[in-house]
Design a protein around this ligand. Structure first.
Ligand code: PMV
Length: 342
């Protein structure tokens, strides 16, 4: 038996970083996906094996060390156990442990008799660590894929599980990324309501090819906040105000204002110091042909997004340095999807 689930990548159009400190944000799911397949590999062994295969490597861990079903991945072991596991595998181990614990509370039959071993395989076309939400999409797809083998969950429960799983790598996550990966479309976080009127936005994504650490960038911004409390609070107010204006621009299909607001948002991101010379260089190369350009995601590397007029799309590759990748993104409306197979 196996369960396959996929979830989309995301971009943040407005509000990254500030959203961690309570502002709204506008995000969209895009047409790149990660697929997580969870397969039952063995039945009725004493210890069972959880195997995880991803492009980052392979990892194996026993699932049960007590045949009386006090499973190895139980909640009591999380802090110690999870901290010893490489961060890229932690969310999957957490999710399996969580589902086993939940199953244990519902049944008196030893879990190893019911669930055997599991193999989780991750296939992704989302670039890793560049601000397109690859880790959140993985957590959402994994929560859907793993839970499906144990218990049917609502989207809301999948979302909550995925946020908890992501916290095993990045405890301060705002939850905005997992939310848009779960529901798809364009949303104004914290609402999950889709913004209907997204017309045909030509969104170009350019990758600086510099990987970043979201955790480190978020910590850096927290330091900035500590040292500049008043200004940071003003910037949060400005961000919320800007998002209000963006909503109006979206309603009026006003691309010019939308672009201007993106560039304004970039100024706030510059001020909190998550930009760098490479990103500034890329933003400036696209100046002539874009209505607005900004970082998307944590910054300090990663990707920028540009709102580009249709007739200018072809001109983009020639304007960017040769070592940068770029592609146009379409908004994904489906969010997480999954199915179980025999
Ligand atoms: O770079 P990414 O895809 O990990 O996005 C991070 C977005 C932040 O706002 C910086 C953090 C968050 O949890 O919202």
């Amino acid at each position: 038996m196996k369960s396959i689930a996929s979830a989309p990548a995301k971009i943040i159009l407005f509000g990254e970083h500030f959203v961690v400190h309570g502002t709204k944000a506008i995000l969209a799911a895009i047409n790149k996906r990660v697929t997580v397949t969870t397969t039952v590999t063995e039945t009725r062994t004493l210890t069972g094996t959880l195997k995880i295969n991803s492009q980052l490597g392979t990892f194996e861990i026993p699932m049960y060390d007590d045949p009386k079903q006090a499973n190895f991945l139980s909640v009591e072991n999380y802090d110690l156990g999870l901290s010893m596991i490489k961060s890229e595998f932690r969310p999957f181990v957490y999710l399996v442990g969580k589902m086993l614990d939940d199953a244990r509370s519902r049944t008196s039959v030893p879990l190893n008799f019911q669930y055997g071993g599991l193999e989780i395989t991750i296939d992704s076309d989302i670039p890793i660590g560049v601000g397109l939400g690859s880790s959140s999409a993985c957590c959402v797809a994994a929560a859907a894929s793993i839970s499906e083998l144990f218990k049917k969950l609502s989207s809301e429960k999948i979302l909550n599980l995925s946020i908890e799983a992501e916290k095993t790598i990045f405890p301060d996550t705002s939850g905005a990324d997992c939310t848009v990966c779960t529901y798809g479309g364009m949303i104004e976080y914290p609402s999950i309501e889709k913004i209907g009127n997204t017309f045909d936005l030509n969104l170009l994504i350019a990758n600086s090819m510099i990987p970043h650490s979201t955790k480190r960038s978020v910590e850096k911004v927290s330091k900035f906040k500590e040292n500049n409390e008043e200004r940071f609070s003003q910037l949060c107010d400005l961000e919320n105000g800007l998002i209000g204006e963006v909503n109006l621009a979206l309603k009026n299909k006003d691309l010019t204002t939308l672009g201007l607001k993106m560039s304004e948002n970039q100024k706030y991101l510059e001020e909190i110091q998550v930009s760098n010379d490479t990103l500034r260089g890329m933003i400036s190369s696209l100046k002539e042909i874009s209505l607005g350009t900004k970082i998307t995601g944590a910054g300090d590397g990663g990707c920028i997004i540009a709102l580009v007029k249709d007739e200018n799309m072809d001109k983009v590759p020639a304007l960017l340095p040769k070592d940068k990748e770029c592609f146009s993104a379409k908004i994904d409306t489906k969010g997480v999807e999954g199915k179980r197979e025999k």
